[in-house]
Design a protein around this ligand. Structure first.
Ligand code: FES
Length: 321
């Protein structure tokens, strides 16, 4: 690992978290008991880095240490060990270019040349303060190699041309689109999917092969009305309850939501009562395994069925820093 030193001069004398960050700090500190508050050091350093323009100054690290009542050296040790923490100023858009083997084999070397040509040496900040770059180790998106992370977003399947275009757009304030830069959806094959293409797998017809144990019982046939001499007003017919938005459950996308609807699963309260047998059967019908437990669909559904949307967001939402 390269020796990493603070940029003392650029850091100035003081640092303060932004007022709107305080809520996030409280959230992370709330995860740990009072005598284990220092366990929040990494998320607090991350928030400090965000509030400090993308890098950690020495005063920012001191602020984190003071908040968590930690010796300064303990916080410095964490910040200097993890390369996700940057110890010198970066541009408004900081490019972390993956140079590990899969990306290397797929053209990362040429991308480095683009960064050097259009930005400069690693960690150099352009005069307009908009761009900087560094080479990093695997960012976990090898299947879409070569790739780079720019601020919080991944840009994948890059070519020298597409990276150059992205850098130019960022420099001039134009929109850029994260994700794969070629014709593929997420990590699906280039040019379109080649497996699981039978529409019968997704049109719900497989659901008819099996009945789930906790489906609502079919309504009993209504008794024939007794003849009455005088006309009576029609009884009001209750409108069916609207379906719940099952996509709120983290792990359920539009496709699985439709498949669940087709099976008659339309409300959080149904999922909230699933037994393990039902979970296993549902997974069989949806065509995957061990995912419902892993993604805690039942626990999520219990919160949503109880109307605890905020609690669900805190526990299972995607927007947590
Ligand atoms: S090797 Fe580049 S993302 Fe894994």
């Amino acid at each position: 690992m390269a020796l990493r030193r603070f940029d003392i001069e650029a850091g100035g004398d003081s640092f303060a978290f932004k007022p709107e960050t305080e809520e996030k700090i409280a959230f992370w500190r709330g995860k740990y008991p009072a005598d284990k508050q220092r366990s929040a050091v990494i998320p607090l350093l991350w928030l400090a880095q965000k509030d400090n323009g993308g890098w950690l100054s020495e005063p920012a690290m001191r602020e984190v240490a003071d908040r968590l009542e930690m010796p300064y050296i303990r916080v410095y040790e964490v910040a200097t060990f993890y390369t996700m923490f940057r110890l010198q100023p970066v541009g408004k858009f900081h490019v972390q270019l993956c140079g590990t083997t899969p990306c290397q084999l797929r053209g990362a070397e040429a991308l480095k040349e683009v960064c050097t040509k259009e930005i400069g040496k690693p960690m150099y900040v352009t005069d307009d303060k908009r761009l900087s770059w560094e080479e990093v180790e695997c960012l976990g998106a090898c299947v879409n190699a070569p790739m780079a992370q720019i601020n919080d977003d991944f840009y994948e399947d890059l070519t020298p041309e597409s990276l150059s275009d992205i850098l130019g757009r960022l420099r001039h304030g134009a929109d850029v689109t994260p994700g794969p830069q070629i014709d593929r959806v997420n990590s699906a094959p280039e040019g379109g999917t080649t497996v699981l293409t039978d529409p019968k797998l997704f049109d719900g017809s497989r659901a008819s092969l099996s009945a789930l144990p906790n489906l609502p019982a079919p309504a009993a046939a209504a008794p024939a009305p007794a003849p009455t001499p005088a006309p009576r007003p029609e009884p009001a017919v209750a409108a069916p309850a609207p379906k719940d938005d099952l996509k709120r459950i983290n792990g359920v996308g539009p496709k699985y939501e439709q498949m669940l609807y087709d099976m008659g699963i339309t409300h959080y309260s149904q999922i909230a009562t699933w037994s393990q047998e039902t979970v296993d059967k549902t997974e069989e019908l949806l065509g995957f395994k061990d995912r419902i437990d892993r993604e805690k669909w039942v626990d999520q559904a219990k919160l949503l069925a109880a109307g605890k949307f905020d609690e669900h967001e805190r526990e299972f939402g995607q927007g947590k820093d």
